[in-house]
Design a protein around this ligand. Structure first.
Ligand SMILES: CC(C)(COP(=O)(O)OP(=O)(O)OC[C@H]1O[C@@H](n2cnc3c(N)ncnc32)[C@H](O)[C@@H]1OP(=O)(O)O)[C@@H](O)C(=O)NCCC(=O)NCCS
Length: 225
């Protein structure tokens, strides 16, 4: 069953914890973390892998440190050496690091709501999405932009091709209480759910199944670092 885990990086990670997480990460993650200019970005990256390990260990019974990863050609990580169907996806923004795990393809995206020029929608949103955005009352446009943005990102991440799918090549149609995905050939069988993780953030999950958990499992960071 689909599960969603989240951890909040409330304060700056101590160098001791950083080094421990670094040593406990895969070699690829170590290289990636060391390439970041900003300490916080490296810390988020290390926590992302660690949160995925925790989620996968809970789901499979594997030991956190025995889990090995590989990536598809678009950079989406998956677990190797586990024979049953297993999919996970990680996202991080600001203080939050989240991970979705399921037996079917899943994508997740969390974004901090920051002030942006909404004209950017013309570049990344479909025509219908732009019309819907501009029909919202002015004060609701920014949160709505991030709502649609996280759903779009969760879709390209569930698919696994990431940003090689042009963001304006498909459309999220908000009808009543549900969101529907329209691609070139018509409606697509993908489902979305948004979660209220934090007033300053938007979080969306995309799944090929219409069954979502009611709640996110928030982990205390003390439980794993
Ligand atoms: C995946 C992508 C949409 C991420 O968007 P983002 O909002 O900036 O970042 P998020 O925090 O939501 O997600 C990042 C995580 O998504 C996962 N991810 C990476 N590529 C992914 C993909 N193609 N599909 C799904 N998930 C992916 C990773 O776990 C990554 O975590 P990490 O950076 O700590 O390793 C975007 O970076 C992308 O499309 N990358 C692919 C680029 C590519 O094609 N590269 C070619 C191979 S090198």
């Amino acid at each position: 069953m689909l599960q969603i885990f989240a951890v909040q990086m409330k304060e700056k990670m101590s160098p001791a914890v950083f080094n421990r997480l670094l040593n406990e990460s895969s070699l690829e993650r170590q290289k990636k973390a060391q390439r970041f200019v900003k300490y916080e970005d490296a810390a988020r990256s290390l926590i992302g892998e660690r949160l995925a390990r925790e989620a996968i260990a809970r789901h499979t019974g594997m030991s956190v440190f025995d889990i090995r990863f590989a990536e598809n050609k678009y950079g989406k990580p998956h677990v190797i050496g586990w024979r049953e169907s297993l999919y996970f996806n990680v996202s991080h923004s600001g203080e939050w690091i989240v991970c979705a795990i399921d037996i079917r393809p899943v994508g997740i995206d969390v974004e901090r709501i920051i002030p942006i020029d909404l004209q950017i929608a013309h570049q990344f949103f479909s025509k219908q999405e732009c019309v819907q955005l501009m029909s919202m009352p002015a004060e609701q446009r920014l949160p709505y932009f991030f709502e649609i943005w996280t759903m779009k990102e969760s879709y390209i991440k569930a698919d696994g091709r990431g940003l090689s799918i042009p963001l304006n090549s498909f459309s999220i149609n908000m009808s009543r209480s549900s969101a529907e995905l329209f691609i070139e050939n018509g409606r697509s069988a993908c489902y979305f759910k948004q979660y209220d993780i934090d007033v300053s953030y938007k979080l969306a999950v995309c799944s090929v199944r219409a069954v979502f958990p009611e709640r996110i499992i928030t982990m205390e960071h003390a439980s794993f670092w």
